[in-house]
Design a protein around this ligand. Structure first.
Ligand code: HGY
Ligand code: MN
Ligand code: MN
Length: 417
């Protein structure tokens, strides 16, 4: 049992669970948890997170990308730092653990250091990223990309479904998007990026393990397909004369599923379908649908995206419609740092946890730090692997274990050499 266990009881899972529940009340939808980036509920969540950070002994600021940054100073000034982060924006009708757990656990660990009056050889910055899910705007990871120093200013012109640009939303949130470059960390004095996250998959539960060590984060391609046929009267247009964009899209979507089923290491999803100006009595003239392709192999993913585009073109030609795929996001595999993984394994063993390693099918903010800062992730077991769903659940015991492992990782002097 870790020597620090009894001293870190304030990080017990019930305290973390209580904060998860409190944060989950902040939603833009009264019936479920929906906290899109830069929304009114995100603003309230940022304020609450800032309060918790201050109580944990951190100086708090909100950067130009809308991230809440809590800083816990090192034993000496001008020391390097370790980032502990995750996101507080959610998908629609979300689970309450995705993202939020990592921020709350980071605050809990710093709170325990502060309670013990302990300072480490490095500073700690706990960051609540503003936009990991990429639901409100088409591009994603904008918060962590700003901190990683790889922010793409073009995304400031992304517009949401109400036509509001990211730039306007940031100004409305009270930040100055023209200063986003100032949010970037300096890789020369940033020792590691650490994140605790629910697994969002079934592997740990199947092995009856509370925690896991992430080896890599799968690469992902996101985009949109626009299918154009010809709108017509549903009552008068003979079937043989139709150029129905919806039935063409339906055939394409089933072809995408069939293709992904053939690949051992490919998942492909169409999560959103829209018929602009659709109506019950109109043969759809245009359909837009999203595409999300993931793999642990970048080659397999780019081959799958190319094959899927060919299938879409074949079906479009056969149905005399047009189809255009536009990629809005393309992130390669992010391999976690071997030294951090080794130190994590030591912290797992110290806490009587098997140091089980697994890949992440889900994307995470750590992808933004790829190739710039060593990335390490700890997964917490997720009931039935359910996520992006209100039924998402992690137990207080598992969340407490994650906090203790993270705490011991920070105390491991060899972790961030
Ligand atoms: O899409 C993802 O994998 C993450 O949940 N944003
Ligand atoms: Mn997440
Ligand atoms: Mn998510």
């Amino acid at each position: 049992m870790s020597a620090t266990l009894e001293r870190v009881s304030t990080m017990d899972g019930n305290a973390i669970a209580a904060r998860i529940d409190e944060l989950a009340q902040l939603s833009d939808d009264p019936g479920c948890l929906t906290r899109l980036t830069l929304s009114p509920s995100h603003k309230k969540a940022a304020a609450l997170i800032g309060e918790w950070m201050r109580t944990a002994g951190m100086h708090v600021r909100v950067d130009a990308a809308g991230n809440v940054v809590g800083r816990y100073e090192a034993e000496k000034p001008d020391a390097s730092k370790v980032i502990i982060a995750s996101h507080i924006d959610t998908v629609r009708n979300a689970g309450r653990f995705d993202g939020n757990l990592g921020v709350i656990t980071g605050i809990a660990v710093v709170g325990e250091l502060n309670r013990q009056g302990r300072r480490l050889p490095f500073a700690i910055e706990v960051v609540a990223f503003s936009d990991e899910e990429g639901v409100r705007f088409s591009s994603t990871l904008s918060g962590s990309r700003a901190v990683a120093g790889v922010f793409d200013a073009a995304c400031l012109d992304d517009r949401d479904s109400d036509g509001v640009s990211r730039r306007q939303a940031l100004l409305g949130f009270g930040t100055d998007p023209s200063k986003i470059a100032e949010a970037a960390c300096n890789p020369a004095n940033t020792l590691a990026y650490l994140e605790v996250h629910i697994e969002q998959g079934p592997v740990l539960e199947a092995r009856n393990l509370p925690l896991g060590i992430v080896t890599a984060i799968n690469g992902a391609t996101r985009g949109e397909v626009v299918v154009k046929g010809e709108a017509g009267h549903s009552g008068t247009l003979p079937m043989a004369m139709r150029r129905d964009a919806m039935t063409a899209a339906a055939e394409m979507i089933l072809a995408i599923e069939a293709h992904a089923r053939t690949g051992a290491d490919i998942v492909a999803t169409v999560g959103r379908v829209e018929i602009p100006n659709g109506a019950v009595n109109i043969v759809p003239g245009q359909v837009r649908f999203s595409l999300d392709v993931r793999s642990s192999s970048d080659d397999a993913r780019s081959r799958a995206v190319a094959d899927i585009q060919q299938e879409i073109a074949r079906i479009a030609a056969a149905r005399n419609v047009s189809a255009q795929f536009t990629a809005t996001y393309d992130m390669p595999v992010t391999t976690c740092d071997a030294n951090v993984i080794k130190a994590m394994s030591r912290a797992f063993v110290q806490n009587a946890c098997e140091p089980f390693m697994l890949g992440s099918g889900a994307g995470h903010d750590g992808m933004s730090f790829r190739g710039r800062i060593p990335v390490g992730m700890i997964f917490a077991r997720c009931r039935s692997g359910i996520s992006h769903n209100p039924a998402e659940f992690a137990s207080p015991a598992d969340m407490g274990a994650a906090a203790r492992v993270l705490f011991d990782l920070l105390l491991d002097t060899g972790a961030f050499a």
